[in-house]
Design a protein around this ligand. Structure first.
Ligand SMILES: Nc1nc2c(ncn2[C@@H]2O[C@H](COP(=O)(O)OP(=O)(O)OP(=O)(O)O)[C@@H](O)[C@H]2O)c(=O)[nH]1
Ligand SMILES: [Mg+2]
Length: 414
């Protein structure tokens, strides 16, 4: 494991996340990237320094700590410019990266699908682009380890022009994938089940919940950003209606903007869902601030006006009932659950069922008796109540999503 030193700047301004809290989240990120944090430094500075970010004196102190701890990487909790990064590295004589690079590194490790890999590559290229001024950053970090998994490493002759054309190329490939996906979604939406996207801050238990509800085995881990690619699972509600649960990438406070841009396609799953289930880790000291961060991302991706159901997870870890009561009153209409012990899951399912029932109608169709295709669409997407052949026609009554009913009406009218 790579030994890491973390540096968080405290400018002495009151912020929603105090320096210690930001440092503690950076520690979780670094640990998720496989580092062993040997020291967390909070640097109290009055003003930021354009050349060294925190002033060269402070950097000298860090250099000494680095040497005594044998650290292999220094991770700054803020974005550094190319010049700052290079200047700091010269003094500390140790690889120095910033928070965004660390997050990009975690994403690069977790990306498995073709689309996920392209999305990460795009975010990395966008991050690099403005840092290519002059001699700026050394892109060919051959040492390996955290913060070195860049798209630049194999393509050493990196210059602006090459990066720009690479960006164009990746954007193009992503656009192709996005089109294909949107076509698939259109097809799917026309005749498809209602979908509930489970959203929330990273590590709140989204994948654990989808597993508990649908008996599946999405990877869960006490790590930030364990899930990157959206996973869809079918679920049969007590009233026999089928719905889809979508598990997707977690959110983070100050998620690098490039990542949001690059992950647009993945985040579309959230935008397109019928209902959002916002999961909160009620045992986390920053639960409320995490929830605020989630709402910020929702706003950025244009999903904040969707119907959102809030569930307070991990209540098995909270011993003081007052904490839960306080959160319940803060979030208004919310449910307390534990995805781990399954406490409260029946109530949650009942609520989801109630919320989604708004999108479901009872419809009566008269199909030509030989129309097996439409019949199978009805069976796949709805709940058939009665079915009766009268002569050459099939009379059928079914409960199904409104948009499926409308699509079938259109087919039958043709
Ligand atoms: N005690 C307790 N732990 C839980 C509960 N739900 C999830 N966890 C734990 O929380 C950690 C994160 O769970 P995940 O399901 O991977 O979280 P996630 O929201 O999918 O995280 P990302 O995919 O990284 O965004 C794991 O160690 C889970 O075992 C719960 O209700 N109670
Ligand atoms: Mg997950």
């Amino acid at each position: 494991m790579e030994k890491a030193i973390l540096v968080t700047v405290d400018l002495g301004i009151r912020q929603e996340w105090a320096a210690e809290e930001r440092s503690s989240e950076l520690r979780e990120l670094a640990t998720s990237a496989g580092a062993k944090v040997v020291r967390e430094i909070i640097a109290n500075v009055k003003a930021l320094n354009p050349a060294y970010f925190i002033g060269s004196g402070k950097v000298e102190e860090i250099a000494a700590i680095c040497a005594s701890e044998g650290a292999k990487v220094v991770i700054f909790n803020n974005d550094l410019s190319g010049t700052q990064q290079k200047n700091i590295e010269e003094i500390v004589k140790t690889k120095t990266i910033d928070r965004t690079q660390l997050i990009l590194d975690i994403f690069a490790r977790r990306a498995h699908s073709n689309e996920g890999k392209l999305q990460v590559e795009l975010a990395q290229l966008l991050y690099m682009m403005p840092r290519l001024t002059g001699k700026g950053v050394e892109l060919s970090r051959l040492g390996g380890g955290i913060g070195t998994r860049g798209p630049g490493e194999q393509k050493l002759e990196v210059d602006r022009r090459r990066i720009r054309s690479k960006i164009d190329h990746v954007r193009h490939s992503l656009e192709d994938l996005r089109k294909r996906r949107s076509m698939m979604r259109k097809k799917r939406d026309q005749f498809s089940l209602l979908s509930v996207a489970i959203i929330g801050y990273t590590n709140v238990g989204k994948s654990t919940l989808i597993n508990a509800l649908t008996d599946s085995s999405v990877v869960t881990a006490n790590k930030l950003f364990a899930t990157l690619d959206p996973t869809v699972r079918t679920f049969i509600m007590p009233n026999k209606q089928k719905i889809l649960f979508v598990d997707t990438v977690g959110f983070l406070n100050e998620l690098p903007h490039h990542l949001i841009e690059a992950f647009k396609a993945t985040l579309e799953e959230v935008v397109e869902a019928d209902l959002l289930l916002h999961l909160i880790d009620s045992s986390h000291p920053k639960a409320l601030a995490q929830s605020d961060a989630v709402y910020k991302v929702l706003e950025e991706i244009g999903a904040k006006d969707k119907t959102i159901l809030t569930a307070l997870n991990k209540i098995d870890k909270v011993s003081d009932p007052v904490v839960i009561e306080r959160m319940k009153s803060h979030f208004g209409d919310s449910l307390a659950i534990s995805a781990l012990t399954r406490q409260g899951l029946d109530e949650l399912v009942a609520r989801i069922s109630k919320e989604t029932s708004r999108f479901i109608v009872t419809a009566n169709f008269v199909l030509p008796a030989a129309d097996a295709r439409t019949l199978s669409i009805i069976y796949a997407n709805g709940l058939v109540k009665t079915q009766e052949y009268r002569g050459e026609s099939l009379y059928i009554e079914a409960e199904l999503p409104i948009r499926v009913k409308e699509s079938i009406d259109r087919i039958l009218a043709q």
